[in-house]
Design a protein around this ligand. Structure first.
Ligand SMILES: [Zn+2]
Length: 250
């Protein structure tokens, strides 16, 4: 499986609003707000990397860390689990919400900022890239600007990441992907139904027990303490339907 670093984040699709944030060249600077009040608002995700239509994509891992590997088809197939932090930024110049793809160690950086600036969103920051394009040792500095009275309510809505930037697939959909290299629903929308004998195979895989019965669980990385806000991890069951069309923009 392909490895990637933050310099390659442009490969991860998503142009325009809600896409990934990147500073491409040495000393590039952006002025942003972190769209959080406190560190408790920051969520991590455990994801896999897959390639869909020639593009690298993140897909949500179905397994909690203490669940058996077989609960997630990609884990069972030895795909590496990546703990990622998708930092939600408001780019003040472009007036767009952007997602900054960072490793989980960025939690401690954000924690330090939250301890000094509270609520965090009320202080704009300059982010400066130190490192040439392609340099894997690239670092980013954050410089606080003057605190004001802007709140989260003054900014655009935070986008749902699951089902958009992070693909959110079921156990059966991931199994289908492993067998075929694509997601069935992507094809159904583009080709006539008669050219689609895969339905039979899908039916046969769905007979597997008991994994078919396992509820989809989402793993969150606790910010500073074990996650206790289970309520915030639930999503409406019809959510994927509403965002499905956005998948194709990436
Ligand atoms: Zn997994």
């Amino acid at each position: 499986m392909a490895r990637f670093n933050v310099n390659e984040v442009e490969n991860y699709g998503g142009q325009g609003g809600g896409g990934f944030f990147s500073l491409k060249n040495d000393k590039d600077v952006a002025t942003v707000r972190f769209m959080y009040n406190t560190i408790d608002d920051v969520e991590g995700y455990s994801v896999h990397e897959i390639e869909v239509d020639g593009k690298k994509r993140y897909v949500n891992c179905l397994r909690e860390y203490d669940q058996p590997l077989d609960d997630c088809p990609l884990c069972a197939a030895k795909f590496k689990v990546h703990a990622r932090l998708f930092v939600i930024l408001y780019n003040i110049e472009s007036e767009e919400v952007k997602i900054w793809d960072r490793g989980k160690t960025f939690f401690s950086k954000l924690s330090s900022l939250c301890a000094r600036y509270n609520p965090l969103v009320s202080t704009p920051f300059e982010i400066e890239r130190n490192g040439k394009k392609g340099d894997t040792k690239t670092t980013y500095e954050t410089y606080a600007l003057d605190t004001d009275d802007v709140t989260l309510e003054d900014l655009p809505e935070v986008p749902e990441l699951l089902g958009t930037l992070i693909l959110d697939k079921s156990y059966e959909e991931l199994e289908f992907f492993l067998e075929n290299g694509y997601f069935e629903e992507d094809v159904e929308e583009q080709v006539p139904p008669e050219r689609n004998p895969k339905n039979d195979r899908r039916n046969s895989t769905s007979k597997r027990e008991p994994a078919n019965e396992a509820p989809v669980r989402r793993r969150r990385i606790p910010a500073s303490a074990p996650a206790e806000d289970k309520a915030s991890t639930s999503h409406p069951t019809d959510r994927r339907r509403t965002v499905e069309n956005q998948d194709r923009f990436f």
